[in-house]
Design a protein around this ligand. Structure first.
Ligand SMILES: [Zn+2]
Ligand SMILES: [Zn+2]
Length: 486
C-alpha cells in the first residue's frame, strides 16, 4: 500500500516540489476505474478515478494516472488487429491449441481450461480468450510488429528498452505482449481510446478531455482540436467488431449482454494471479472500459463477472436516458462470405468437413475481399474401409463391403494430446485389406475360370450323350427295318 502512495506522489510531484498537505483514504474494498469515449470525436465523456465520492483535489485518478496490466484485452490490439490488417491472418486462420512454451522456456497456460482444444480458429480464440493461440499468432507476426502497432494506437506507457535500477533489461517487445504481460501497464483512458479506434472503423482519435478554455472576457486561452489518424482498414475494424460481438453473444463477455438489442462488441481481460479484471467494449455510440482490482496487487477471486455487469448497467442506462436508437454496427462493402472448415481454415470439402466424427466443422466466415481462402481443407481425410477386414479397402475389395469414415489429420510436428486426439487418423493407411488381396483376386479368377470350364465340359458331355441317343435310335430303327424285310 505504501508503495502505491509513493508511486502516486512521484507521478504528481516534479523535482523541487514540496509537499504541503496530503490526505490518504484507505479502502478495504477493491478499487475501480472507468472511462467512456465518444469514438467519433475522441471526446472523453466519463472518467471515474476510484470508488465513491471524490474527496480531494489532485486526487489519484485511476482512469488516467494508474498503469495496470491490460491482460487479455491486449490480444486484439497487440496481435489480432495488426495480423488481420497486414493480411497475414484472417479470422479463419488456425493454430494448434496444444502445450506451448515461450522462447525462454516458460509454459504458456490457458486461463480457463486445463485441456487443449487442438486446431482453433482466430475467431474462436477471440471468443474464448485463448492464450496459446494468441502467443502463437504474435510469434508468427513478430512482437516487433505488434509493438509498433500499439504505438500507432496511442499507448505512451510501453517500454521499448530500458535498464531497470537493479540492472535488468526491460522491454515490451516480446511474446508476452500478446497477453498484455508488459513492464509497466497501461492507463484505462489510453486502453479505451485504442478500442475506440476499432469502434470508429479504424480511425484513432487522441482522447479529448476539453475542447476550449476561455478567460472571463471570452478570449480563447487553450483550444484542443481533435487529432485523428487511420490505424487499420475499415474491413479489419469490421472483422474484429464482428468477432467481438461473438464474445458478448457466446463467449467470455456474456455477462455484459445489454437489455436492448443495441449492437455491442467487447473483450474481457484478467491478469495472472487475478490482480486485474478488465472489460473493454463498445456500442455504435460509445466505447467504455472498466477496470477493477486493488491498488496494491492482490489476488481477487470474487465473482469474476461483476465488472462486466457494471459495464452493462452503465451502458444500459446511457442507452435509455439518452434515448439512443438501437443500431447495428456499420456494414462494409469489402467483406466477403465463404464456407470454411474450422479445423483447417480453408475451403470446406463437400461431404467431408461436414461429416467430422464430432460434429460438422463447416462454418460461414467473413473475410476482407482478396483474403478468402482458395485452397481446400487439408485437416480432414476420408478413408474407405473394407467391412470384412476392417482395414483400408484396396482395389479388389467388393463394393458391397466398402464404407467410408472421416478423420482429422494430425498437424505436422504435433505429438501433444489435445481434444482433437480421438478424431485423428491413428492408423497406417498403407495397411490395406488382407482378405481381398491380389492372391485372393487371382484365386477368385481361377475359380471362376474353372467353373466356366466345368460348365462348358458339362454342356459338351450333354451334347455328346444326346448324339449317342440319336445313334442308338437310328440303330434300333435300322434293326427293325431289317426284321421286317426278313
Ligand atoms: Zn475440413
Ligand atoms: Zn476387403
Amino acid at each position: 500500500m505504501k508503495a502505491a502512495v509513493k508511486a502516486f506522489r512521484k507521478s504528481v510531484m516534479k523535482k523541487g516540489d514540496k509537499k504541503k498537505a496530503e490526505s490518504i483514504h484507505y479502502s478495504m474494498e477493491p478499487q475501480l476505474s472507468y472511462s467512456l469515449i465518444d469514438q467519433k470525436t475522441g471526446q472523453v465523456k466519463v472518467l471515474v478515478g476510484g470508488r465513491g465520492q471524490k474527496q480531494d483535489d489532485l486526487a489519484l485518478n485511476r482512469a488516467t494516472s494508474v498503469k495496470r496490466q491490460p491482460g487479455s484485452t491486449f490480444k486484439i490490439l497487440s496481435t489480432y488487429a495488426p495480423a488481420i490488417d497486414t493480411g497475414s491472418m484472417t479470422l479463419a486462420t488456425v493454430f494448434d491449441d496444444a502445450p506451448y512454451q515461450y522462447e525462454n522456456g516458460q509454459k504458456v497456460t490457458n486461463y480457463v481450461s486445463t485441456s487443449y482444444k487442438g486446431l482453433t480458429t482466430v475467431r474462436d480464440a477471440i471468443i474464448d480468450s485463448n492464450n496459446i493461440v494468441a502467443v502463437k499468432a504474435l510469434t508468427d507476426l513478430t512482437p516487433q510488429v505488434g509493438f509498433d502497432f500499439l504505438q500507432k494506437l496511442g499507448f505512451t506507457t510501453l517500454v521499448n528498452n530500458r535498464v531497470s535500477t537493479n540492472g535488468t533489461y526491460e522491454s515490451d517487445v516480446n511474446q508476452s505482449l500478446a497477453l498484455g504481460g508488459i513492464t509497466d501497464g497501461v492507463t484505462n483512458v489510453e486502453l479505451t481510446a485504442a478500442y475506440a479506434a476499432i469502434a470508429n472503423q479504424g480511425t484513432y482519435n487522441t482522447p479529448v478531455l476539453y475542447t476550449t478554455v476561455k478567460d472571463s472576457n471570452g478570449n480563447v486561452l487553450l483550444s484542443n482540436k481533435k487529432k485523428s489518424r487511420k490505424v487499420i482498414k475499415k474491413s479489419t475494424a469490421w472483422l474484429l467488431t464482428n468477432a467481438m460481438e461473438d464474445v458478448v453473444k457466446k463467449g467470455t463477455g456474456r455477462a455484459a449482454q445489454l437489455d436492448s438489442n443495441m449492437a455491442v462488441a467487447a473483450k474481457t481481460g484478467t491478469t495472472s494471479n487475478n490482480y486485474d479484471y478488465w472489460f473493454c467494449g463498445y456500442t455504435p455510440y460509445y466505447t467504455a472500459s472498466v477496470w477493477t482490482g486493488y491498488d496494491y496487487n492482490t489476488s481477487f477471486d470474487n465473482d469474476e463477472d461483476y465488472h462486466k455487469v457494471i459495464w452493462k448497467k452503465i451502458m444500459d442506462r446511457i442507452i435509455s436516458e439518452k434515448k439512443q436508437k438501437v443500431k447495428s454496427f456499420p456494414s462494409n462493402k469489402n467483406i466477403k462470405k465463404a464456407e470454411i472448415c474450422i479445423k483447417s481454415g480453408k475451403k470446406a470439402l463437400p461431404n467431408v468437413c461436414s461429416k467430422d466424427p464430432e460434429k460438422s466443422m463447416v462454418r460461414t466466415e467473413y473475410f476482407a475481399s482478396g483474403t478468402v481462402p482458395k485452397d481446400s481443407c487439408d485437416a480432414h481425410i476420408a478413408v474407405t474401409f473394407c467391412l470384412k477386414s476392417h482395414l483400408v479397402a484396396q482395389k479388389f475389395c467388393p463394393d458391397k463391403f466398402r464404407y467410408t469414415k472421416i478423420f482429422r489429420v494430425r498437424p505436422k510436428h504435433s505429438s501433444h494430446k489435445t481434444d482433437d486426439e480421438p478424431y485423428f487418423l491413428n492408423i497406417d493407411i498403407n495397411n490395406k485389406c488382407n482378405i481381398h488381396t491380389e492372391e485372393w483376386h487371382q484365386k477368385k479368377l481361377e475359380k471362376k475360370k474353372k467353373k466356366q470350364e466345368e460348365k462348358l465340359k458339362k454342356q459338351q458331355k450333354q451334347q455328346q450323350s444326346g448324339n449317342d441317343t440319336t445313334d442308338t435310335s437310328i440303330n434300333n430303327i435300322e434293326k427293325q427295318i431289317k426284321k421286317l424285310l426278313n
